[in-house]
Design a protein around this ligand. Sequence first.
Ligand code: TRP
Length: 334
Amino acid sequence: MENAERKKRIFSAIQPTGTPTLGNYLGALRNWVAMQDEFECVYATANLHAITVRQDPAAFRKAQTELYALLLACGIDTEKSIFFHQSMVYTHAELAWVLSCYTQFGELSRMTQFKDKSAKHADNVNAGLFTYPSLMAGDILLYKADMVPVGADQKQHLELSRDIANRFNNLYGDTFVVPEPYIPKIGARVMNLQDPEKKMSKSDTNAKSYILMTDTPDQIIKKFRSAVTDSEACVRYAEGKAGINNLMEIYSACTGKSFEQIEQEFEGKGYGDFKTAVGEAVVAVLAPIQEKFRQYMGDKAFLETCARENAEKALAISSRTMAKVYKKVGLLRY
Ligand code: TRP
């Protein structure tokens, strides 16, 4: 039966630069999985974005395969969604060039991520780092995505993607769908375990501050046991208790319990019990994913076939957009 209403299309991508953290999972990837039933989803590893900073080729190659396997293990289902490596679909590089000619120097100069990253990698402020948002706009516009789930750090890039799309449409007539930001219904914001005022990040120098999705149960429990809290010794969600608030948020995201239920559960108990419980709840969520991850990693032939088939599907869709763009601009194509 034909669907009366076309499902809205979602596009999102994640950079293959190291193993994702618990924060990436609870804040974004879990939603990627959940959205697959309601929407038509197109997902990619943003490996072309990743080379805006230097990557060691061998480690980089491994990171891409591992990320692909890990996302399949999380439940990205290629029967429902398209999931590919950006570099395998050449239309991304192609549209990025065209769009870079419709993106202003001034606009790119205002991107806070560019300012941050060029300060952090002062010895390699390359043109790709600067034009990164044009590549990202291309990713989204190639698939006529209606919506893009974005966290705070990518909001400015999505805004610019919308501006580029509108500018192109105004010049050449309707070509691109202008994407809306999508705020998922559930989305935990996971903070640094050692400094709960900061977001959890795998680039932190202290490995105790983050949980990687592939950490062992033992590592996970230990990291939670050493998480920074406060001296009140009362499990309750309140201002000034960033450490406990964060642990409650994580526990809630992993068990589905409300803050109220959590406060009741740990009434009269110390932080030690609570921290162990949070660690165990996280292990319960991550262990089955890790098990599937190991299975996928043991079947490289499957991973390769899956990546190729999905890239072919992505190419079929994106080539249609690309042909339209060349035609509108007046570029020859055979
Ligand atoms: N730039 C995003 C990040 O670093 C990854 C990304 C690339 C992306 N292309 C995208 C996200 C398109 C959303 C839509 O997180």
